[in-house]
Every structure is written in C-alpha cells, then in structure tokens.
Design a protein around this ligand. Structure first.
Ligand code: ZN
Length: 135
C-alpha cells in the first residue's frame, strides 16, 4: 500500500459541513460528486498534501445512513492509494483480511475502490483506491 489517499468523514448535512470544513481548512471544496450505487453524495477538500472526503447519505438504506444511525458523525474510513488494486486485494486476502467487495468498483473522484471489513482491521474501515487511468 502507498500513502493515505484521503480520510472519509460521515456527515448528516453535506451543505452545512462544506461550510464548516471551508472555515476549518481555509479552502473551498473542489468537487461534489454523487455515487448513486452507494447512495452517497461526497465532497472533496485539499489541505496541503492531504485530502478529505465528506460523505452524506442520499437515501435511508445507504451504508452511510446506517453508519450515522449507529455511530453518528465522524471518521468513517481511511483510504490508501494502491498501484494495482487487484493484486493488492489478492495479497490482503492471502493475509486473512476480509474484503467486502472482491471485485473493485467505481468510487468517487475517478477511483477504483475496495473496502476491508473493519472487524479484521481493529475497527477501521479501510478503503483501497487506485486511480483510473485513461487508456
Ligand atoms: Zn473514500
């Protein structure tokens, strides 16, 4: 795995949180994107070399809605950059980690993503993400 690509934060109200994080980081969000398949609307901030993703549920059955119900707002996942997501998934499975989606799916911000079950990672939902390169 490579560097932390971003940190995902679950929020109840994306608009209000955009305003809050703009004040906190001193920069506006540079992108808003909806991932319909995941029932989530996201916005992204850059702060120096770091990236923050805010996530809001777009329907009550979305995983983010369930997360908010159970745990409230806060850090939802930590995403690591990987060069080759398919071989990284294989490696992690070989190490005994439970991969929630063994076939990488298209996430926000032009990435292929896969998640590891937090039960196997000390309660941290880990996202792997690989930049989708234009071919
Ligand atoms: Zn993410």
């Amino acid at each position: 795995m490579d560097k932390i690509e971003h940190i995902g934060i679950a929020v109840k109200d994306l608009k209000a949180s955009n305003t809050l994080f703009e004040k906190l980081l001193g920069v506006p969000h540079y992108k808003t994107e909806e991932v319909v398949s995941e029932g989530v609307r996201t916005s992204f901030f850059r702060s120096g070399p770091n990236k923050i993703e805010l996530l809001e549920a777009t329907n009550p059955d979305s995983p983010i809605a369930k997360y908010l119900e159970k745990k409230g707002e806060g850090i939802h996942h930590v995403a690591f950059s990987v060069e080759d997501i398919v071989s990284e998934i294989d490696r992690l499975k070989g190490e005994g980690f439970v991969v929630l989606n063994e076939i990488p799916k298209k996430g926000a911000d032009n990435k292929l993503v896969a998640f590891l079950h937090p039960k196997g990672t000390n309660g941290v939902l880990v996202e792997l993400c690989q930049e989708i390169k234009e071919s």
